[in-house]
Write a new protein. Structure first.
Length: 480
């Protein structure tokens, strides 16, 4: 609404400015030696200042709105992904969409949308003014105007696929680089770190090629848009020249039309120019809106009990998670009781982590079986009601950097210990390989903390293939 009002006022100021300049210039040309009227100069100065202020306010409003929309979309998307099945999330792709992709939404909101609003509001007004002054010029403009949006549609159809490919290449490159950085110590230990250079070079070249293909189309389309708009203005100018020679048009009207006619094409030209700047944001936003339109666990209406009576008991019957490598786990059944340390024991890839995600209600795709979490009164907890009384410690915990001054210097094992300390006190404690990155002494300390937490009545359910944790468990469940 505000953007529309600002655009309308800016259009009105442009029309007034064109009329004043046309009248003043015609007066000087037709009456040599005459001076400009003081009131006309004052009116022109005021109009120029007002138009400048309106343009500044329009840009300021667009930038603020863009920042708010971008932050809101990023926050909602992260919340939705956090409550989705992590096995189905392409982390590299979504990392790219939420960073460089969503950053491209700024040019769309600050440039493309205002230009589109100006096309809808300003172009018809300018055409009406031109028609009121000179009907012949308006006819030429009406004939030539449709050429620009038709060409823009053709370019947009071609550019969309190229932009999607560029973002995909960037996501693959980012994911490969992060994996390389994470595994660099191991690669250096086996002297294989040089082998990855060719792979990174190949991905970089692929990304550069896809980026250049988009830029080529952008430059070519900008040239054609400018050419069409300039040619259209030239046709109007030629018509005005002939009518001036024939005496069918006054100089004041001719100059005024020549000043205003570029503003008829300017909004459409701006739409074409801004369209390419906004492509990354449009592609990323389209995928984000598709994601947000899908059902989410955070949107599910659930009754949240205020308290837990006698601890939480986890009961799993014939849990099965079908995947491309077969069911993992397959027909898993166990019960984790309050006051006990229960360990899901099995080799890597057996489905232990999937079982924890299924208990949380996050893993849903390909999952069959019965899972229930109840307290001593038989009251069942699921989704948000369960999460309020549950703590989950993944293999790579994330800690708020603002709460730890030297967060970057913490090892993965130190982060696990710090994260566990902050999660103690929940009714249900789920841990994924809690001792995987600890030496035997620190692993023994963590195991002792888990035992103490279980003795306080907490249901402790851990996934591990650590013999130390298995030896300390009250109940061991074999996962096959």
């Amino acid at each position: 609404m505000i953007a529309g009002v600002l655009t309308a006022l800016k259009t009105l100021a442009t029309v007034i400015m064109g009329l004043l300049i046309g009248q003043m210039a015609a007066g000087i040309i037709e009456v040599p030696g005459s001076s400009l009227a003081r009131m006309d100069l004052i009116a022109l100065a005021i109009t120029v200042v007002v138009r400048g202020l309106l343009a500044w306010a329009q840009n300021r409003f667009a930038e603020r709105a863009s920042t708010q929309v971008t932050v809101d979309l990023r926050e909602k998307t992260l919340r939705h992904l956090a409550h989705s099945d992590p096995r189905t999330i392409d982390q590299a792709l979504w990392r790219t969409r939420l960073t460089s992709g969503l950053d491209g939404l700024g040019p769309y909101l600050t440039g493309f949308l205002p230009a589109l609003a100006a096309t809808i509001i300003a172009t018809p007004v300018m055409l009406a003014v031109v028609g009121w002054l000179d009907m012949g010029s308006m006819i030429i403009a009406i004939i030539t105007l449709p050429l620009i949006p038709v060409f823009m549609w053709l370019v947009g159809t071609l550019t969309a696929g190229r932009t999607e490919q560029r973002l995909s290449d960037l996501a693959i490159l980012g994911g490969q680089l992060l994996d390389l950085i994470a595994g660099l110590p191991t690669l250096r230990a086996f002297r294989r770190h040089q082998d990855m250079a060719a792979q990174v070079t190949r991905l970089s070249s692929q990304h550069a090629s896809s980026t250049l293909s988009v830029l080529k189309i952008a430059f070519l389309s900008s040239f054609v848009l400018e050419f069409l708009a300039t040619l259209s203005v030239a046709l109007v100018a030629v018509g005005i020249g002939f009518r001036l020679l024939a005496g069918d048009l006054t100089l004041a009207i001719g100059l005024t039309v020549l000043i205003i006619i570029p503003e008829v094409y300017a909004p459409i030209r701006e739409v074409g120019t801004r369209f390419h700047d906004a492509q990354d944001g449009l592609v990323a936003t389209d995928e984000i809106l598709k994601l947000l339109s899908t059902p989410s666990l955070i949107d599910a209406p659930t009754h949240t009990p205020r308290s837990v009576a006698g601890g939480l008991e986890v009961s799993v019957e014939k849990l099965r998670a079908d995947g491309r490598d077969g069911p993992r786990p397959a027909d898993l059944s166990f019960t984790a009781k309050p006051g006990q340390l229960t360990v899901l024991w099995g080799p890597n890839g057996s489905g232990k982590s999937t079982a924890l995600l299924a208990v949380l209600g996050l893993a849903t795709e390909g999952i069959t079986g019965e899972i229930s979490v109840k307290d001593a009164s038989g009251q069942e907890f699921k989704d948000t009601a369960l999460w309020e009384h549950c703590a989950y410690l993944p293999q790579r915990p994330i800690i708020d950097p603002e709460s730890v001054s030297d967060y970057a210097e913490l090892s993965l094992g130190q982060r696990q210990r710090l994260a566990l300390k902050r999660e103690l006190g929940a009714q249900l404690l789920l841990l994924d390989e809690p001792t995987a990155h600890l030496d035997p002494d620190n692993a023994a300390i963590m195991i002792q903390q888990l035992q103490e937490e279980a003795r306080r009545g907490t249901t402790v359910l851990a996934v591990s293939h650590d013999p130390l944790l298995r030896a300390a468990a009250d109940e061991v469940v074999e996962v096959k």
